[in-house]
Design a protein around this ligand. Structure first.
Ligand SMILES: O=C(O)CCC(=O)C(=O)O
Length: 270
């Protein structure tokens, strides 16, 4: 199982994000892409209003297809995720991003969770409150191809009163050029957005947000039982199933958390 290296930790603290090259193999990325494409086709059929949109997002990804269950604790990333956030973690939400050609930005500069978290910045050496990991399922080989954009080091910068700039890019902004199977990890407060898309393909990616277990997930107040039933004990826990004998005050520390989340992973982590 892949683990966080000293260089990744340094990059996380100082630059505010990590780009994991080859987090998924090309074959794995192709399999997730094919599952995403089926979900996207069904979604477009059921939601004709999105057919004219240049960008849309499908939430509750794991409910859309069991093919995504394995991304909850994928060996290419789960060790890194645990090393960054610690063992008291939960999946907060899962999304498929669909980005079509467009001569204007596909998402403006923002931090995640709006005003509620905009000014919350934990110390650089603290475990994060939450972060997203975005798995790129298509190549984005050059700029202005619906690239995921970010401004390094802004995880330490207060959001200006009135919000982030709407027109020009903030100083230091970059566009990530990636291959399918690469993944970007970034906290809620890193300034980010999406570039225009002057190419001719549809950029697709899947994003999982992990948060400290005491935070409120946004996909579900409680994940549907039929979803949990098909998952491994660790995946169920990560989807918010606190197990048997759980009491209200255990909400951030189920008694068997380390056993379920870490010991099950111990051989893989070794
Ligand atoms: O890269 C994308 O398509 C969207 C990224 C983004 O804006 C977000 O995750 O909030």
């Amino acid at each position: 199982m892949r683990r966080l290296t000293d260089e990744m930790r340094r990059h996380w603290r100082e630059e505010g994000y990590i780009l994991l090259k080859g987090a998924l193999t090309k074959d794995q990325a192709a399999t997730y892409l094919s599952a995403a494409d089926s979900v996207i086709e069904r979604y477009r059929n059921h939601n004709p209003d999105v057919r004219d949109q240049k960008a849309f997002t499908i939430i509750q990804t794991v409910e859309q297809s069991p093919a995504f269950d394995s991304l909850i604790d994928h060996p290419g990333t789960f060790g890194v995720i645990l090393d960054l956030i610690g063992p008291y973690l939960q999946v907060m939400g899962t999304q498929i991003y669909v980005r079509y050609p467009s001569d204007s930005r596909l998402s403006g500069w923002h931090t995640d969770a709006g005003p509620s978290l905009a000014q919350i910045r934990v110390e650089p050496d603290s475990p994060p409150l939450n972060f997203k990991i975005q798995y790129f399922l298509t190549d984005i080989p050059e700029e202005n191809r619906a690239n995921f954009c970010l401004v390094p080091r802004t995880h330490r910068v207060p959001v200006p009163e009135g919000g982030l700039p709407r027109g020009e890019d903030p100083e230091g902004a970059i566009q990530l050029c990636v291959e399918s199977g690469d993944a970007a990890i970034f906290p809620h407060n890193l300034w980010h957005g999406v570039a225009p898309h002057f190419g001719d393909n549809v950029r697709r990616s899947v994003t999982f947000r992990y948060g400290q277990q005491w935070c409120r997930p946004y996909d579900y107040e409680k994940a549907p039982q039929e979803l949990l039933d098909r998952m491994t004990p660790r995946q169920r826990r990560l989807m918010g199933d606190m197990g048997l004998g759980y009491t209200a005050t255990d909400y951030f520390k189920p008694k068997d958390q380390l056993e379920v989340v870490i010991e099950d992973a111990v051989e893989e982590l070794a």
